[in-house]
Design a protein around this ligand. Sequence first.
Ligand code: PLP
Length: 439
Amino acid sequence: MQTAARVASGPVGDTHSDWVARDAAVVWHGFTQMSVYADNAPIVVERAEGREIIDVEGRRYLDAISSLWVTTLGHRVPELDQALRDQIDQVAHSTMLGHGNRATIELAEALAPRVPMDDPHFLFASDGAEAVEQALKIAFQYWTNQGVEGRHQYLAFTGAYHGDSIGSLSVGDGGFGTDVFNPLCFSVRRAPYGDLAMCVATIAEHAERLAAVVVEPLVQGAAGMAMCTPEFMTAVAEACRRHDVLLICDEVATGFGRTGTLFAVEQCGVRPDLMCLGKGITGGYLALSATAVSRRVYDAFLGPDLSDRTLYHGHSYSGNALACAVARRHLELIDEQDVLANVVARGAQLAAALADGVAPMAAVSEIRQRGLMVGIELAPPVEGLRWGRRVSAACVERGVLIRPLGDVIVLMPMLTSTAEEIDRIVVVVASAIAEVTTT
Ligand SMILES: *Cc1c(COP(=O)(O)O)cnc(C)c1O
């Protein structure tokens, strides 16, 4: 009674600081130290238009991180809004366990010819981490279903990030303060990302113990936009094929146009055995992810009813009809609006503008970019300056929403960004870097 009364009579005003207080009183934010949450000038969003988010006092911010990499076309896209309304009039959700749903089937049919895989099936979930978790479990059981023993290990890469569930955290390479969970994680064989010779040798040497290789194709987003070459990806895929190890490509960050093709593996001529999809799959609208599985892997799970070849895994909201309807319309819009061409054009413009206005700055040590994924590495002269955090805060003050990864300034503009917006982002970032690093 006491607690309920206190919450009910808590701050209920309508100013920005009232909302921050109400937020801090009841919401726990991920990757955020809540004791200082309110002091770090959080934005409290009320609505959005196109590529801008609008806070509770009407301030507008150009969203240069696409709501942490999920928004593709923009907010309140009329066609996606309509797809959602249309589906709501049919059904919001029904279970995938043993039964089907039209919206889910139609999405899988639309995805199947677009993912570069052999005759894929899709196991849906809600977050990228779950898509990875599903892939790890499927890869493991693929071998046990065939009576192959000892394939218990995964090869993953330095700098990898695959999500925050215990399995996906295990194949990730730590960082972000998650090391506290190390005692809970299983051990993983690790190779240097991008080191072709070392990786191929490791696969050859340990193939008999490996269930799968797990890799982020072309770009490791959370590592601060670490890059590998298409040749590296091709060699990894080739080594997997030669030594009969499954290849899991985590396209949660790179998928749905981010790097200029629908999927990054298309630029490498790689056809994975399993693919993890998430983030941009619904254009940033709803929680949906999927593990795509090639025919060879899928077939290993077929057997008598109730047999132990079955995949005993599922989530309550798997294949959610609202999310699937939006995802299917989103896939159509990527073609209708020629979104990939815009990614290529704006990516080239962004690269040129950064080379011109940001790369020469003394505080900048390197700029890494693929499509509309960019990491600007700052080089603070001593530790503890928190340049990444301070530069991002200076961008937010200038009306451009940025979130850093350590001292890497991440730019993830939406795929429909205009030339003017790209120029504005670069001008704002350059002036923010200048302000923070020269005073
Ligand atoms: C974000 C991300 C994930 C995790 O996705 P969530 O939806 O946050 O669980 C997995 N892999 C990669 C490459 C990612 O960028």
